[in-house]
Design a protein around this ligand. Sequence first.
Ligand code: EPZ
Length: 418
Amino acid sequence: MDKIIIQGGKPLIGEIEVSGAKNAALPILAATLLSGGEHLLKGIPGVKDVSTIQRLLRKMGAQIKEQDGVLSVRIQKIENCEAPYQWVKTMRAAILVLGPLLARCGEAQVSLPGGCAIGARPIQLHLSALEKMGATVKIEHGIIHAKSSRLKGANIYFDISTVTGTENIMMAATLAEGTTVLENAACEPEVIDLAQFLIACGARIDGAGTDRITIEGVRSLSGGSYRVMPDRIEAGTFMIAAAITKGDLAIRSCRPDTLVSVIEKLRTAGATVTEGREMLRIKGGEIHAVDIKTSPYPGWPTDMQAQFMALMSLSDGLSVVTETIFEQRFNHVAELRRMGAQIRLEGNHAVIRGVPSLSGAPVMASDLRASASLILAGLVAQGETEILRIYHLDRGYHRIEEKLSGVGAAIRRVKGSG
Ligand code: EPZ
């Protein structure tokens, strides 16, 4: 297994490029199942989860080829409607094929995603919504067996704002008979990106980005061309990299309008942020203690909680990080403590007392964003940090060590044996 080694202490200075958003690319790739036309997609990031879903789509009959940064995806005939456990266990987002398969071919056998490092991750809201649209859903031996002649539009209220739940049902509703209204829908920018792609394929969707989305079903969709939005979590991670190393980064190809809560909090924490049209510049300064509480968009993103905790480990005071979305998203705390961070956990609160410096140490990645927080801590820790199990990191960041060394970090990947 590969590992990453960092010599801490180098301020990051220069320009860094953000890739396309993993959490927009995954639902958009799943949505290509909805029509037999050719889709031309730009900005698809080269992260592991995206190659996983492409392999899954190929097994279902997709022809996928890439040329000059444009990914062509065409699924003229769905050869099989299965997403077996081997795929779903490595990437829970494979559940996103459920809605499109049901809408396109009237059946789907998708493995029930288990939990993961950050929580139980149930999907009952996805299933109950599909049943309201007329599907029969049975779970046998860990497999979701869903069937429906033609889904019917319905009024769906989500008890909890669920991102992939909103995306799954929005995709299913595009080919349903009649109108579907999603109440308490997720407002994340990635939901808007998916809706815009579906509209480019001929779907009729209103209200994406608000908590009430209306979808008018149509008989069929065409292929569509679309450029995936920049990854706001990668951009936010680079912002914290500049703040924690007291560097000065121009972050290119990003969308500051999707980072309002992150920009505001980092300014309060002492960074200087100037916004451009598709870029932003961030200069690190003193690190002030700031509290955050994760919440659905436009609140502080849960996917940025671990990264912010690394920054607060070096603040000038006491800060509280509250995680309200997932029940187990503090796996990075034990590893940050190994580097000298002073963090106390009380339920879903982490109380962080800033220390003057962290010390490099061998640490273990446990999940995607915890890995990112360990990279950030290693960039500023005294001495050498060795991060193991970085396959977690590769799921959502494309060659992050190359991007960071391009702006001065002393970071390298060591190929593991086996
Ligand atoms: C998406 O996961 C993202 N993944 C996650 O990013 C992100 O952390 C999460 O949204 C929250 O923003 C993708 O988009 C591929 P949810 P998702 O359904 O859709 C509960 C990353 O690091 N819930 O919005 O699975 C659930 O347990 C990943 O890139 C139910 O109870 O998250 C959680 O507490 C990690 N029942 C809350 O809702 C359901 O049926 C929000 O989960 C569905 C969800």
